[in-house]
Ligand binder design. Structure first.
Ligand code: ZN
Length: 492
């Protein structure tokens, strides 16, 4: 065996163990007995230790030193790019620091949940201060003199920089705030859907929609969880959703969003299975697939026409006067406080708020004591309403408690990429609206699979989108799409 073969064989076992770790996480969020949490934490901790040792194993250093990337084909060089990056990160982090972060964040998540339930910021701040201190330390170890935030961001979006994202967000924010204000001043306020929507029917329809969008049930399943998510790669990719019988759009669009993530993983070239190329290339590209399924396609006028008809059939009533009222209800813009419930206009403003605050926290320009005031001031400026209690503000998201700094901007980047892909998709599939109006998403999903999904980790994230679109991705297509769509709905 050559050094490359030995490396890939070692890597394959690491990837398999990584899949096992993910499936433990899936189990914990879906079917694990409540009393098993303590033991599960130990099981996952043990597996994480094994994984960290494998990712920083000295034999990796020997193999990486012995391999000349220039002698490999394109796929081999891409594998090496991923393994070299992962090895560099793993060896820069002292094992004691990784263990301390794992220990503190697993405790912090519980304290955050208590603080949120009690609307008590003070209960969470000492723990958050500890998490921020550790993440600054981690960033310093990874950055080796470079930008601290970039070092954290690199874990989720390789190649992206905080400065680049900040410049893009600064261009987006005034247009989004302006669009928001014009919508709120339009005098139009579409009614939400009304009625009772039985769980079993919602689930059957959610499955039907996932099937239309190409989800492969032989390699997946749909379960319930508190927060919907997707788990796994290769031949076992699972999605979850949640159901509210008074409000059917939550379950449907959560399912469609996760279907986008799931179809991406299922659509990757099977030859890349259990290798570093066998998973979505970045969080931003992943979110572009879930968002284009959910928003540009799923909440578009054409597909909403089909969904309105279908909901009238399966529920007896879709809960709206007609297809136009249904489309307006699906795309209702409202000044809510909660990111996960926000509409397409507000969503990116939520992300920019968190991005600016967490960047300042990591850089030491903002201290944890001043975070709540900074959050509330910014929220009122961008959303036009005050934060009335911490669970509607600073305490709403789990991310910071579990140490996810540098993750939030990938949500907005995913929206930007979805905007670019949608423009390219419309040009490539002229029958798109006619297809979606009949509930046929196959031409759209086939294009996404061929242009984006099948490549897995073969190209860098931006390169993946650039190749699919045929142009340099930026925020323009998303902002133009939002202006046109909401301008029509709200008569602007
Ligand atoms: Zn997502």
């Amino acid at each position: 065996m050559t050094a490359f073969d030995e490396l890939m064989s070692f890597q394959r076992e690491t990837e398999a163990l990584g899949q096992v770790a993910m499936r433990l996480g899936w189990d914990q969020e879906t079917v694990m007995p409540r009393g098993a949490a303590q033991q599960r934490a130990e099981e996952m901790g043990a597996l994480e230790t094994v994984l960290h040792r494998r990712r920083s194993d000295p034999r990796l250093g020997d193999w990486l030193g012995a391999i000349d990337d220039d002698l490999l084909d394109e796929t081999g060089r891409a594998q090496m790019r991923h393994i070299r990056r992962s090895y560099a990160r793993a060896t820069r982090l002292p094992e004691t620091l990784s263990a301390e972060i794992a220990r503190v964040t697993s405790r912090a998540q519980g304290i955050w949940a208590e603080a949120r339930a009690a609307d008590d910021v003070a209960h969470f701040l000492p723990t958050l201060r500890e998490v921020v201190r550790l993440k600054r330390e981690e960033a310093a170890a990874l950055a080796m003199g470079g930008d601290l935030y970039d070092a954290l961001l690199d874990d989720y979006e390789p190649g992206a920089t905080a400065a680049g994202l900040a410049a893009m967000f600064d261009r987006m924010r005034p247009r989004l705030v302006d669009l928001r204000e014009r919508i709120m001043g339009s005098g139009r306020a579409p009614a939400p859907l009304e009625g009772h929507f039985p769980e079993a029917v919602q689930m059957a329809l959610s499955r039907e929609v996932a099937t239309h969008f190409g989800y492969d049930w032989r390699h997946g399943r749909l379960d319930f969880s508190v927060h919907p998510f997707t788990s796994g790669s290769g031949s076992d990719v699972r999605i979850t959703t949640r159901v509210d019988e008074a409000e059917p759009l939550g379950a449907l669009y959560s399912t469609l969003h996760e279907t986008g993530h799931g179809v991406y993983e299922q659509g990757i070239d099977p030859a890349y299975g259990l290798t570093p190329l066998g998973a979505g290339v970045s969080m931003g590209v992943h979110e572009s697939q879930s968002r284009i399924f959910e928003n540009q396609l799923g909440r578009g006028r054409a597909f909403c026409g089909w969904l309105h008809w279908r909901m009238n059939e399966v529920f007896g009533s879709a809960g709206a006067a007609d297809a136009e009222a249904f489309y307006a209800a699906v795309n209702r813009v409202h000044s809510g406080h909660i990111r996960t419930e926000s509409d397409e206009v507000h969503y990116n403003l939520h992300i920019m708020l968190r991005f600016d605050l967490e960047r300042d926290l990591i850089a030491g320009r903002l201290e944890v004591e001043d975070l709540e005031e900074a959050w509330n001031t910014r929220f009122e400026a961008d959303f036009g309403v005050a934060v009335d209690r911490p669970s509607q503000g600073l305490l709403q998201d789990v991310h910071w408690s579990v140490g996810l700094f540098g993750y939030f901007p990938t949500y907005a980047l995913g929206n930007v990429y979805a905007g670019c892909l949608y423009q390219a998709l419309r040009a490539a599939v002229p029958s798109l609206d006619a297809d979606l109006a009949r509930g046929h998403a196959e031409p759209a999903t086939a294009w996404l699979k061929a242009e984006v999904q099948r490549h897995g980790g073969l190209y860098e994230p931006t390169e993946t989108i650039r190749r699919a679109c045929g142009f340099e991705p930026d925020e323009g297509p998303l902002l133009d799409y939002l202006d046109a769509k909401f301008g029509a709905i709200y008569g602007l």
